[in-house]
Design a protein around this ligand. Structure first.
Ligand SMILES: C[S@@+](CC[C@H](N)C(=O)[O-])C[C@H]1O[C@@H](n2cnc3c(N)ncnc32)[C@H](O)[C@@H]1O
Length: 112
């Protein structure tokens, strides 16, 4: 695996200028496609389905991790906000506790 950056919650990659940047590994717990109320197509198509609470990579695998988990406690079931950004679970504190140390542990790969 040659990716230097891990984005484990990439959703539709809104924050990426180059949504196909080969230097990044794009993950998400979802793989789905929706047509939004204004007709635009929303694609959540990660390279790899992954769960940030249980990531499968050894420490120091990446130079950078961009960790952008859901931040909404509630949103309408079919709302564009929910489709685009997901929603926190009832156990979100525990979820984030599991995600943060593993995500931060991946940084610091020695350059080769
Ligand atoms: C705030 S959005 C990320 C937005 C993204 N940074 C962008 O630029 O569009 C959070 C994403 O985390 C995903 N997610 C929720 N729980 C997850 C989990 N346990 N593991 C991986 N991804 C998860 C959701 O499906 C959602 O797509």
């Amino acid at each position: 695996m040659n990716a230097q950056v891990l984005d484990p919650c990439s959703a539709s990659r809104m924050m990426w200028f180059d949504k196909g940047d080969q230097r990044a590994l794009f993950g998400d717990i979802r793989d789905e496609e929706h047509v939004l109320c204004d007709g635009r197509v929303l694609k959540v198509k990660p390279d790899v389905i992954m769960d940030f609470r249980n990531l499968p990579f050894p420490d120091a695998s990446f130079n950078m991790v961009v960790f952008d988990p859901p931040h909404l406690v509630r949103a309408g079931r079919e709302s564009w906000l929910r489709l685009k950004y997901g929603i926190l679970t009832d156990d979100w504190r525990d979820d984030l506790r599991k995600g943060l140390p593993s995500a931060s542990g991946y940084c610091g790969r020695a350059s080769s």
